[in-house]
Design a protein around this ligand. Structure first.
Ligand code: SAM
Ligand code: DTB
Ligand code: SF4
Length: 334
């Protein structure tokens, strides 16, 4: 049973079941529940809101790569660090649309275009992004962009072009944020999220685990997300991809069970949202990935590349879903 397939009255019933007033100590106590109890609770909630055998497949493309003025310590695209990422300017819209078309033909239902910008530019480049959005939207896919900070006016123009979702992550707790990024503040992220909401675009907002944060920071991030009203429709939980040249290249690997706990907690706090097991699948064992699904993840990125780093290939993912008896979501009719 899904929200989408149940009709308005059930959707309303679910809305009233959602909570936005979670306290940080409640989130902490869910996060620290004995693991098997936590998984059982998350799976129970998951089955009330989502079909357990469905996973949404999303594909990313980097439409503008590298040279970003922000100093996000995790990011190989920051101009502050010396990674191997090759810079390129904004791609040609027709090329991007043809990549989306190819993805749609393989059953991908959400296409996300990412740009290494501090904020979305105005003028010719923004017009090109609008052209990409119009083209991808015409394929009947969910269209997502992540372009950095956005004004209300830009959000409205993206919505009018057919954008269905905007990704803008809070990344970590407010307290830890300043240890990871110094070129912007948490509140600026919240302002862009508000502009996106106001324009009527759905929100995709999550974070990154494994950056050397404490579990109280993971709790702090989940608490921020779960007290946004409405909840983000999509919650990407990324495991840090440690890239040589970035300040976080050598942080110790995170215990994968922390990833499982975070996904289960997100599922319990935001039952109707799509929780995405996002970056870092290549660093997880198959067993850990399966636990993430059991914890309530129901979306993944597919395709050999995320934005600049590797992701499992199509054959590997097909086998994974086949072994789990899970199927990709049906594409929307155009
Ligand atoms: N520049 C825009 C921004 O920061 O919002 C959009 C692109 S940025 C690459 C999108 C998201 O990718 C970031 O918010 C971050 O959460 C995630 N990300 C970047 N580098 C990552 C890494 N090495 N591992 C995991 N997630 C990463
Ligand atoms: C999100 O939360 N994760 C995606 C998407 N939103 C844009 C990006 C992951 C990037 C991983 C590092 C890279 O490939 O450059
Ligand atoms: Fe720039 Fe986004 Fe990377 Fe930060 S995460 S450096 S804003 S591309």
């Amino acid at each position: 049973m899904t929200r989408e397939s149940t009709g308005n009255s059930t959707a309303l019933h679910f809305e009233t079941a959602l909570r936005f007033d979670w306290t940080r100590s409640e989130v902490q106590s869910i996060y620290r529940t004995a693991l098997l109890d936590l998984l059982f609770r998350a799976q129970t909630v998951h089955r009330q809101f989502h079909p357990p055998d469905r996973v949404q497949t999303c594909q990313l493309i980097s439409i503008k790569t590298g040279g970003c003025p922000e100093d996000c310590a995790y990011c190989p695209q920051s101009a502050h660090y010396d990674s191997d990422v090759e810079r390129h300017g904004l791609l040609d819209p027709q090329h991007v649309i043809s990549v989306a078309q190819d993805a749609a033909s393989r059953g991908v239902t959400r296409f996300c275009m990412g740009a290494a910008w501090r904020e979305a530019p105005n003028g010719r480049e923004f017009d090109k992004v609008l052209e990409m959005v119009r083209g991808v939207s015409a394929l009947g896919m969910e269209v997502c962009c992540t372009l950095g900070m956005l004004t209300e006016g830009q959000a409205v123009r993206l919505r009018d072009a057919g954008l269905t979702a905007y990704n803008h992550n809070l990344d970590t707790s407010p307290e830890f944020y300043g240890s990871i990024i110094t070129t912007r503040v948490y509140d600026e992220r919240l302002q862009t999220l508000a502009a996106v909401r106001k324009a009527g675009i759905t929100v995709c907002c999550g974070g990154i685990l494994g950056m050397g944060e404490k579990d109280t920071d993971r709790v702090g991030l989940l608490h921020q997300l779960a007290t946004l009203q409405p909840h983000p429709e999509s919650v990407p939980i990324n495991l840090l991809v440690r890239v040589e040249g970035t300040p976080l290249a050598h942080v110790p690997a995170l215990d994968p069970l922390e990833m499982v706990r975070a996904i289960a907690t997100a599922r319990i706090l935001m039952p109707a949202s799509r929780v995405r097991l996002a970056a870092g699948r290549k660093e997880l064992s198959t067993e850990a990935v399966i636990l993430c699904f059991l914890a309530g993840a129901n979306s993944i990125f597919v395709g050999e590349k995320l934005l600049t780093t590797p992701n499992p290939g199509a054959d590997e993912d097909e086998l994974l879903l086949q072994n789990l008896g899970m199927k990709p979501l049906e594409p929307h009719a155009v």
